[in-house]
Design a protein around this ligand. Sequence first.
Ligand code: PMP
Length: 303
Amino acid sequence: MAEYYNANTILYLNGAFVKATEAKMDFYSQSFHYGYSVFEGIRSYRTAAGETRIFKAKEHFDRLKASAEALNLPYTYTTQELTAVTYALLEKNNLQNAYIRPVVYAPANMSFNLNTESFIVIEVWEMAPFLGDKLLRVMTSSFQRPNPKGFKIQAKAAGHYVNSILASQEAKAAGYDEALLNDMHGFVAEAPGANVFVEKNGKLYTPGLGNILPGITRATVLELCAELNIPVEEKMFTTEDMYGADAAFFCGTAAEVIGLASLDGKPFTAAWENTIAKLIQENYKNLTLENKSALLTEVMGVD
Ligand code: PMP
């Protein structure tokens, strides 16, 4: 298991900075028993200028609030306040390149009743930016994403991640790097912890909203496409439609932009270096690192 904290690590717990080794939570919490909590996955980067920047802080803390509201969890924090707390927490832990994990959770409550209060913890640990060109071998999962009529699928709720864990474990047990899950209607939805794009004949496609977590990285990729004049379309498609396409990639805060080598053993056919996907990967990297050099446009004649 990875090491997330040590004897010196500080976390933020309900208004106070405390040692991770001394922090306590209630084992009678409704969150622990029923997976009823909401969280975020955020990153900070050491920028090209050497500063610490939380990437898309507003978007992430706004989504945390929206997730809490979707699940009827009391939420008394502001995005501004949590952003400031997180910068302080990074400094206390001497971190620049970090993963940031806020969790809003419920008090002791074994019933299914509403709560009048909730709690927050923010944990941070080191995470270096992804600088490689590794490509993932992916399998279509036998698990579907949860039915949006059974869950608030747009919320980043802890309980949803049992589905992600099952899918990812299944893929790894079968010798793949990661899973790709369909929605309940058999259309491609997303990876266990990332959204997906596919590239065909100079154009990108990604599943529309409704059956997926509306990823902040996905939104950033759509913005990059607009800036770079890359044609992109949100539409439903199947894994069969993806087989043999030029390229595909997953995108998410932790994954950043990472290419796929193959889906169900069928390789994507363009050389990664020559794809729009690679261009998006490079430009996303520049954004996170605030590398102010011009947007890269040399690949595939995109201008
Ligand atoms: N889908 C799922 C299921 C996820 O867990 C994540 C990671 N938060 C994403 C997509 C990508 O979201 P984001 O780009 O906001 O990290």
